[in-house]
Every structure is written in C-alpha cells, then in structure tokens.
Design a protein around this ligand. Structure first.
Ligand code: ADQ
Length: 466
C-alpha cells in the first residue's frame, strides 16, 4: 500500500477559507481544516464565496505553500436554497435539537441535491487514483453517493462537525431517509462524541436502512461495510501556546488588560448563532451581578461575537436581541467608571484573541448545543499554567465529554451558570492548576494532528481490510 503521507489528501467542505493575513477566521470548521492540512498538505475543494448567475462555473486552483485551494462559484439562487435554506434552516437546527427553527421548502432540498451533484462533478475532474477524500459537514451528506455514481472508487470519509440528532429529532427532517442512506455510502463516518455515534446507530432502522452493527465499529449495510467511530476534533496546542505567550506582550493586549483596571475578566467568543446560547448567557451574567453583588464593579464580561449567516432571519433576530440585552444590563448596572458587558459584534485576529484568552480569569462557553466547541479548548491551551483561568462549560457542548475538569453548568439554568462563574472566579490557585493540568493533558494527547491521522488511518485501513 502507498504510505498515507505519499497519498494526496483531498478535503471537501462547503466553503474554502483561504488563510487570511491576520488569521481571523470565525468558524470552527475552517480553523480545524487549515490546522489539519498544515503538516500533510493536500487539496481543499469547495465554494469560493463568489456567487454567479450561471449554473456552472470553472474550478479555480491556487497554491499556497503545501496546500492547493480549488474553488468554484455557486449560482446565486442555488446558494440561497442549498446553504441558507436546507443546510441552515433545516439541518443545522435539527442537529442542534432546536426544532422551532426548522423551516423546510422543497425547492431548498432540490437545490441541496443539485449543489452536491455539481460538487461531485467538479471534484471528480480533479481526482487521481491514489487520492484520499475527506468530506466535511452536513452541507455535503450526499457527496459520496454522487461520487460513486460518477465512477469514483477512492476511499471517502465523512466528518460531522455538528451533533448527530437522535431518531426522534431526525425524523422531523423531510428527506431524512435519503440522508441516512447517503451517509451509508461513505467508507468511514466520524463524529465528535459517543453520544453522536450512538444517536446515528439508533437511526439505522428497518425498513429505512437495515443494518448490522458490529462490536468493532463496523456497520454492515446493503451496499457493503462502513466504519462509524468517534474522532473528537482537537486544537493545535503548540501554535496556540506560542501565540498566547507572544500576544501577551503585544500593545493591543496590554491596552485591553490595563483598561480592566484590576477587574476580573470573563471572556466569551462565539459566532453569533442561536445554538451558542448567547441570550441565555447574558441573562446568566445578569443573575451573577444580582446574586453576588460583590461582583458588581469587580468583573467585566467581554463577549466577542461576529455576525454569521447574515440574511437568515433567525440570525438577524438574535443580533438585535443581544443588542437589547447588553444595553439593558449595562444601563441597569453600569457606574460612571465601569461597564459590565463589553459586546464586540465583530471577529478579531487569532493572535490577540489568544492573548485575550490568556488574560481572562474565566472562559465562558455556554452553548445550548454544540458539536464540540473549539473555543473551550483554545481557552484552556492559552492559559498560563502557573496561574490559569478557569473554564465554565456547558454540559451540552461536545467538549464537556473530554474537559470534565471544567466547571460544568447547564446553560438553560441561570443560577447554575451564575454559581459556576462565582465558583470559577474564587477558585483557589492550587485547584485551578490541578484542573488546568488535567485538561491540558487531554488536549495534548488528542491535538489536531492526532485527529487528522486517526481519521485518515481509519479510512485507509478500512479500505485495506475491505
Ligand atoms: P463553530 O460553531 O464555528 O464550529 P467553534 O468550535 O467554537 O464553533 O469554533 C469557532 C472557531 O472560530 C474557534 O477557533 C474560534 O477561535 C474562532 N472564532 C469564533 N469567534 C471568533 C471571533 N469573534 N473572532 C475570531 N475568531 C473567532 C463548528 C461546530 C463546533 C465544532 C467545530 C469544529 O459548530 O461544534 O467544534 O465546527 O468541528
């Protein structure tokens, strides 16, 4: 067999994110993929971010160091229906168990199929026989089946960055039977946690997808055998540690620290998304200020949340809701020299971000549901091990399965979150050090390289065995 390092790794995702000069990329998938491709190199295929009136567009290929970026433009109307429609108004809310946000239109599903078939056609023209194909996320579930139809026999794996819903939630999705069958066309399926894997397995039911689930993580379906396993995504530990130390000396980070005037800093960093529990987070912070009056004028919450999916109504609404929340809480508690919430509605570059993490006494990560949550992991890695801050983490984030030494809270319970923050800001140094060391150990063992190599190895060994 050709060694994995000699075989070209092809990553496919909805959007290809070219590395930016300042390193700002507010999206876990892009951050994870770029870090995973950095060592091994390869080709990253997907949408360029450009829209066109044409139904077809040529592939543009650009090389940066050891990575080739191959992109296509998408038809404007197809994009609206495939991306904003079926992907983000159906699959995203259901995968996050937020069924109230589900909005289905047949034309959205049709466009989802059309775009997947376009992706397969364009990608097929770039492939070589030894390539290993790794498809990412819910936008591209039908891609393997489309590639197989086009005669592609290469190993194809799929990684889901969001949670996999239980059957009772999944069956609310029009087209779910088709999605399940499509998933079974992959050689390897990867999930963040055992909960997701179990949920997927329980969806394989007669008569939709008759399957035999074996003890070794293989599943026998009518078309053959696939592997479904847990591959929790990690972070680039060395890079984050180096950036956070470097950033700590930078002017922008020093200015931010000076402006706190000795107050403790609580930091939240999320894409502006209803799954991230930002409204509930602001209310929990308000609860902290009420319940623990000595925190008034002694803590500052800095929430960084750049808008995403602009134009999708639910996303526009959450933005104005948060503006109202922060305005009201600041109006209620602010004094002439203190503002309780600093709310930044924009992305910031990676380096100062890691510096902000290092100087924050609390990392507040309270999604109402999250596949993993890389911010939680980045926050831990960016800490000074001699005097680390403490992570307050939602039990509903995938990261809570690994980061069991964080202060775990229920994001729907304001008292639970407020008490968790109070506990974190008063935690003795010894306990903080111990908890931090335990979490860092887990993150070092399963860093971004381990994630990539485990997945690619699983893909290759499954094909060898088959
Ligand atoms: P996301 O939902 O985008 O990812 P997350 O895992 O937290 O969430 O990743 C966000 C990334 O973007 C982090 O690297 C963070 O530092 C960066 N980021 C966020 N806000 C930023 C800002 N304001 N400025 C700069 N950078 C910002 C999806 C899933 C997650 C899963 C990841 C990876 O929803 O559950 O963990 O993919 O699989």
């Amino acid at each position: 067999m050709t060694e994995p390092a000699d075989r070209r790794l092809i990553i496919v995702s909805n959007r290809v994110a070219m590395p930016r000069k300042n390193g700002a990329s507010a999206g876990g998938l892009a951050v994870g993929i770029l870090a995973a491709l950095k060592d091994q190199g390869g080709l990253w295929f997907g949408w360029s971010g450009k829209l066109t009136e044409k139904s077809d567009s040529d592939v543009e290929v650009v090389r940066r160091d050891n990575i080739e970026f191959a992109t296509i433009a998408l038809n404007e109307s197809d994009f609206e229906h495939y991306y904003n429609g079926y992907s983000n108004r159906v699959l995203w809310p259901v995968c996050h168990y937020l069924l109230d946000f589900l909005h289905f239109e047949t034309e959205d599903f049709d466009a989802y199929l059309r775009v997947n078939s376009l992706f397969a056609r364009k990608l097929a023209s770039l492939l070589q026989p030894d390539d290993i194909i790794w498809v990412h996320d819910y936008h591209l579930i039908p891609l393997a089946a489309e590639l197989r139809n086009a005669g592609i026999d290469n190993p194809i794996g799929f990684f889901l960055h969001v949670p996999f819903p239980t059957f009772e939630a999944l069956r609310a999705v029009p087209g779910y039977e088709y999605l399940l069958r499509s998933l079974c066309a992959y050689d390897v399926l990867g999930f963040h946690t055992h909960r997701d894997l179990t949920a997927f397995r329980t969806c394989l039911q007669e008569p939709i997808v008759p399957a035999q689930i074996n003890g070794d993580n293989t599943i026998r379906v009518s078309g053959g055998t696939l592997v479904a396993d847990v591959f929790p995504i990690g972070v680039d530990v060395e890079e984050i540690q180096a950036l956070s130390v470097e950033a700590n000396r930078s002017k922008s980070v020093r200015r931010m620290v000076d402006s706190l005037d000795g107050r403790q800093l609580i930091i939240g960093v999320d894409r502006l998304d209803y799954s991230k529990g930002l409204h509930q987070r602001f209310l929990s912070y308000e609860r902290l200020l009420e319940k623990y009056p000595n925190t008034q004028n002694n803590v500052t919450l800095m929430q960084i949340a750049p808008p995403t999916r602009v134009g999708v109504r639910a996303y526009d609404e959450i933005r104005s809701e948060l503006e109202q929340d922060s305005g009201r809480i600041n109006g209620r508690f602010a004094s002439s020299d203190w503002v309780p919430i600093r709310y930044l509605n924009k992305g910031i570059s990676r380096k100062p971000l890691m510096g902000f993490f290092r100087n924050a006494d609390v990392g507040l990560v309270t999604p109402v549901r999250d596949g993993m949550n890389l911010v939680a992991k980045e926050y831990i890695v960016a800490q000074d091990p001699e005097n680390p801050g403490m992570l307050v983490l939602s039990s509903l984030a995938g990261a809570a399965c690994e980061l069991t030494d964080a202060v775990i809270v229920n994001p729907h319970d304001r008292d639970s979150v407020a008490d968790g923050i109070a506990m974190a800001i008063t935690m003795p140094l010894d306990e903080r050090r111990e908890r931090h060391a335990a979490m860092l150990k887990v993150l070092k063992m399963n860093d971004i390289t381990a994630w990539r190599t485990r997945f690619v190895d699983a893909l290759l060994s499954h094909r060898e065995a088959g």
